[in-house]
Design a protein around this ligand. Structure first.
Ligand code: SAM
Length: 221
């Protein structure tokens, strides 16, 4: 066992289950801990550009090694004492956003099993759904989302969203309050999808059974 792992996770016996420290592979241990740089790395870390480029590479690294990471991490919940402290401060069933959730097992699963409504986001996303929500963004904000989808899409990621039938804005009402809708033109959605690496799988326009939606289904190359 790494001395650092023992120190950080095993020595506070009041808080941590020391058995948990045995379940990590060396590879996971390496990546779970905040690293102590060697002299060479310290020198590199002084160069802002080096650090920035390593930071820029992090999402690609996790995408390339997603399966390895999930296997190396395992599903032992060594974080349970801290997660319980976190939950103790939350109202029951509160929504939780798990940022950088990985496979969401075991942490997301633990929250869900306790009745919390968990949304996980990670850099490598296989399915992106913006159903009847994307059209509440104004056209300018919608345009900005396609590079974001692309940046976080895993290979072959599927994107599905709904838009209006053509470029424009429309204000409906919901319970007496104005309800904003915005849409780009179909040709602009097609261009944005293509420019950002998505192929259109299907598009249904103004389906009469579906309240005039345009439904877009696309797949990342
Ligand atoms: C060490 S893993 C931790 C996974 C999970 N939270 C756990 O503890 O089991 C780090 C996670 O952060 C994600 N990540 C790193 N940079 C990210 C970014 N810029 N946006 C979203 N997720 C990111 C990685 O894809 C990876 O799944």
């Amino acid at each position: 066992m790494s001395p650092f792992l023992g120190g950080s996770r095993g020595s506070r016996v009041d808080d941590y289950n020391t058995e948990a420290t045995d379940v990590y592979s060396a590879a996971a241990t390496e990546s779970l801990l905040w690293p102590f740089p060697n002299d060479e790395q310290k020198a590199a870390a002084c160069t802002e550009n080096e650090v920035t480029s390593d930071a820029d590479r992090i999402t690609g690294l996790y995408q390339r090694h997603a399966h390895d990471w999930a296997r190396d991490r395992g599903n032992h919940l060594f974080e349970k004492p801290m997660l319980d402290r976190f939950l103790a401060l939350l109202p029951a069933s509160s929504p939780i956003l798990d940022v950088g959730c990985g496979s969401a097992d075991p942490i997301g699963r633990y929250f869900i099993e306790r009745g919390y409504d968990v949304t996980g986001v990670d850099s490598s996303i296989g399915g992106i759904l913006a159903w009847d929500s994307f059209f509440h963004l104004c056209p300018e904000d919608q345009r900005e989302m396609f590079p974001v989808f692309s940046k976080h899409a895993a290979p072959k990621a599927v994107l599905m969203f709904t838009s209006g039938p053509a470029y424009g804005e429309a204000i409906g009402t919901y319970r007496g309050e104005p309800l904003y809708h915005g849409s780009l033109d179909g040709s602009e959605y097609r261009s944005l999808l293509a420019e950002n690496g998505f192929q259109v799988v299907s598009r249904l326009t103004e389906d009469p059974t579906d309240g005039g939606h345009a439904e877009w289904l696309a797949q990342f190359a």
